[in-house]
Design a protein around this ligand. Structure first.
Ligand SMILES: NC(=O)c1ccc[n+]([C@@H]2O[C@H](COP(=O)([O-])OP(=O)(O)OC[C@H]3O[C@@H](n4cnc5c(N)ncnc54)[C@H](O)[C@@H]3O)[C@@H](O)[C@H]2O)c1
Length: 394
């Protein structure tokens, strides 16, 4: 049984179906949510029984304007629904979100899930047909969204203005738009290389800069930047790797100053089966593994969790694939000492320098800097400030 096949017993579910007034729930998706929640252990904890409606989230008991209804997972397999079910739907209470590149793939899934929890969403995508159809899908489900077809590189101010014009506020930005192109670094067409880098980096920078004043005004602004484990190195993909590394650096760098003004910045390295991965991964075994285990909606669940006003993180980076998320940190191996500051002394240490071993996590530049200094001169431990760059981790 994989992670998507946890299923409450058929008999138990049927007993619930006959015991709750399903007519009070507005939409089939709400009803499905209700059943799944009532089947959960959490429901039993809250209600004290297996089938009562007591304790079920109020917003699911009657029709709620602005909610598209929960759509936990697109698959028709009931077994997959349960994986995405939460006891209490996170309520975005009319918060306003921009999701860039939301016409297809993960961005579309993020926009839909945020809208299903009551957020009003700007669906940005260069592809106008896809942006429009995503908005139509959200509104057909009872959600609220507008389409925006500006390029994240050149139209950032207008994208942000779309949110302000429509609803007068902006609380969440998911910088998701991205492109990729493969080719040998030194042979690849120069414009193609820079286009990938620009959409990846400049798009995030421009949208984030335009959004910051509004995210600050929100009081609980959330900036979620989509990077990639591609930054760890993918052959023939240097523009993408470089760009995604820059997004990571930008996010970590920005997190400290953004925290001071109430904006939370998080970086994600997602993996999902989307048009982008369909084009990138030709191996049928890999394709099947991805189709089965990493639907875009799973990443959306994590994005929606992070985007919520009650979720607290600081300068964190997460890998997210399916129902598994892992925090990614910068870590360093045990330091290797040369007997003297000469090139020849490093020749002696060539093997030690490249050996894997014990690692320490560096949460910020101060930690790394201080660690280096104290390694060289232990007496500095008592005099160097703990937080030389004033970015103490919360
Ligand atoms: N799919 C994965 O496994 C994976 C892994 C790591 C990172 N990512 C990143 O996640 C994000 C979403 O990936 P996906 O797989 O859903 O991709 P996708 O190709 O399916 O969707 C990307 C969307 O972005 C839009 N877009 C591209 N350039 C744009 C621009 N300049 N302005 C506005 N919209 C633009 C495209 O039209 C498209 O709809 C990307 O940033 C990607 O690099 C994806």
């Amino acid at each position: 049984m994989n992670a998507f096949e946890q299923n409450p017993g058929e008999e138990f579910r049927n007993s619930i179906l006959t015991s709750i007034p399903m007519g009070l729930l507005a939409k089939p998706a709400d009803q499905a949510d209700a059943v799944m929640w009532l089947c959960s252990d959490q429901a039993r904890t809250v209600t004290g029984d297996s089938a009562g409606r007591r304790g079920y989230p109020a917003d699911k008991q009657t029709s709620r304007p602005g909610a598209a209804g929960a759509a936990p997972h697109k698959s028709s397999r009931t077994s997959q629904r349960s994986t995405y079910m939460t006891a209490h739907n996170l309520d975005f209470g009319g918060r306003v979100a921009i999701v860039t590149g939301a016409g297809q793939g993960m961005g579309r899934a993020h926009a839909k899930m945020l809208a299903s929890r009551g957020a009003r969403v700007v669906v940005n995508d260069l592809n106008a047909d896809n942006a429009t159809s995503a908005v139509a899908e959200i509104t057909a489900g009872g959600g609220t969204a507008v389409a925006d077809t500006n390029n994240v590189v050149t139209g950032a101010e207008t994208i942000v203005q779309s949110a302000i014009d429509a609803w007068g506020q902006l609380d969440v930005v998911v910088n998701n738009a991205g492109i990729n192109a493969f080719g040998t670094f030194w042979e690849m067409d120069r414009d193609t290389w820079w286009r990938v880098f620009d959409v990846t980096v400049k798009g995030v920078v421009e949208v984030s800069r335009a959004a910051m004043p509004h995210l600050i005004a929100s009081g609980t602004g959330r900036l979620i930047n989509i990077s990639s484990n591609g930054l760890m190195g993918v052959p023939l993909d240097s523009a993408y790797s470089a760009g995604k590394a820059a997004v990571w650096g930008l996010s970590i760098g920005l997190a400290a100053e953004a925290r001071e003004v109430g904006v939370q910045v998080t970086t994600l390295m997602p993996v999902a089966w989307t048009p982008m991965t369909r084009d990138a991964f030709q191996n049928p075994v890999v394709q099947e593994a991805m189709k089965e285990n990493v639907p875009p909606e799973a990443v959306s669940a994590f994005v929606t969790y992070l985007a919520h006003q009650d979720t607290t993180t600081y300068a964190d980076t997460f890998e997210i694939a399916g129902v598994a998320a892992g925090r990614v940190a910068i870590a360093g191996m045990e330091r290797v000492d040369a007997v003297a500051a000469t090139p020849e002394a490093w020749v002696e240490q060539a093997e030690a320098l490249t050996k894997d071993g014990e690692m320490r996590v560096f949460h910020n530049a101060s930690e790394s800097f201080r660690d280096q200094m104290v390694h060289l001169a232990p007496e500095l431990d008592s005099v160097l400030p703990k937080d030389a760059a004033n970015v103490e981790r919360v």
